[in-house]
Design a protein around this ligand. Structure first.
Ligand SMILES: Nc1ncnc2c1ncn2[C@@H]1O[C@H](COP(=O)(O)OP(=O)(O)OP(=O)(O)O)[C@@H](O)[C@H]1O
Length: 334
């Protein structure tokens, strides 16, 4: 598989993020329980690759994204960045790492400071980490980056509210790239944008990735959005990884019943077909991460679940050398 020859940037080991529920926000039976937003993720991120992360709302994608940059407290496990465990670092050391690890957010306007001009927003990380640079040097770096992401030079003194969602996301991308990071975690960067704009932003990220040898973690709630940009895709369900594979293998032969259901929900020209198919395949509601099902967390919605699934929690295991699946019944079903 292609990535075996690539350098490892990040190694995520048994990562768990559990939130404590504040007594005021909880029903009596929930008190003292943890909300298991991410419950045991193992993952390697290679240099220059794009890893898509997909799952429905609430499955823990955003929490996983934030945990990779330690923007949420990590309950258990490790995030090793270029051989160094980020969970060992103090605040100052972690802040310094932000030069190499950046994030792009879902709501482009909300993530930009409304009182700052575009030029200042993009310059800020550079000014913070490189106080030695002259004003002219900063300005020229900002102009270059603006050009690179498709913003015209004459907008440099404007404010975020004057821009469309797509342009705001370009500003966010320029800001994330100005320090030439190695990894960018993109948390649903196009979900809030018009469908007609989504492809432009995805294509821009892909171009920049190739040009700068960036690695991207690209989060989305449906498989069609990550298909174009990803080298590998991780499918999450209720805080757990259910399938991790090369793009080719995942889309050609999805193995996990949840992934198969997601595939069927990928928009098709006739909306009536899409709806009836996804309902048929994914019956029932998403269980609560406060009280997840025992064993396999997907079993309550899985058409193939049996007693083993209730008793044993499956872990990602090799289906082929480029494809891992967490399903106890894989051998019988595939
Ligand atoms: N700070 C927090 N405190 C308590 N619970 C949280 C917190 N952040 C997230 N959660 C909960 O963790 C679970 C996972 O949330 P997360 O936002 O990671 O999911 P997601 O897959 O990104 O969903 P979405 O697509 O809606 O953003 C949810 O049940 C959510 O309510």
């Amino acid at each position: 598989m292609q990535h075996h020859t690539q350098k490892t940037l990040m190694e995520v080991r048994n990562l768990k993020v559990h939130f404590t529920i504040k007594p005021d926000n909880a029903w009596p039976w929930q008190k003292g329980h943890a909300l298991k937003a991410v419950d045991g993720v193992d993952l390697t991120i290679y240099e220059g690759e794009t890893l898509g992360v997909v799952g429905e709302s609430g499955c823990g994608k955003s929490t996983l994204a934030r945990a990779l940059l330690r923007l949420v407290p990590i309950t258990e496990g490790n995030v090793v960045w270029l051989g160094q465990d980020l969970t060992d670092l103090d605040k100052k050391q972690m802040r310094d790492k932000r030069q190499e690890l950046q994030m792009i957010f879902q709501d482009p306007l909300a993530s930009l400071d409304p009182r700052m001009t575009v030029g200042d927003i993009i310059a800020e990380p550079l000014v913070t980490f490189h106080p030695e640079l002259s004003k002219d040097e900063v300005k020229s770096a900002v102009r270059q980056m603006m050009d690179r992401v498709g913003l015209l030079p004459n907008v440099i003194n404007r404010y975020p509210h004057e821009f469309s969602g797509g342009q705001c996301q370009r500003i966010g991308i320029a800001r994330a790239l100005i320090l030439k990071p190695k990894l960018i975690v993109c948390d649903e960067p196009v979900s809030a944008l018009d469908v007609s704009i989504q492809a432009q932003v995805v294509n821009l990220l892909k171009e920049l990735q190739t040009e700068m040898n960036l690695s991207l973690v690209f989060i989305a709630h449906d498989l069609s959005v990550v298909k174009h940009i990803s080298d590998r895709v991780l499918v999450m369900y209720l805080g757990n990884p259910v399938e991790l594979a090369s793009k080719r293998s995942l889309y050609a032969q999805p193995q996990h019943p949840y992934t198969k259901a997601l595939m069927s929900a990928v928009p098709v020209p006739d909306p009536r077909i899409e709806r009836s198919k996804s309902i048929q395949l994914l019956a029932g509601d998403l269980p609560s991460p406060i009280n997840p099902p025992s064993g396999c967390v997907f079993r309550t919605r899985c058409p193939h679940a049996n007693d083993t699934c209730a008793a044993q929690k499956p872990v990602l295991s090799a289906f082929s050398n480029e494809h891992q699946v967490a399903c106890s019944r894989l051998a019988e079903l595939s």
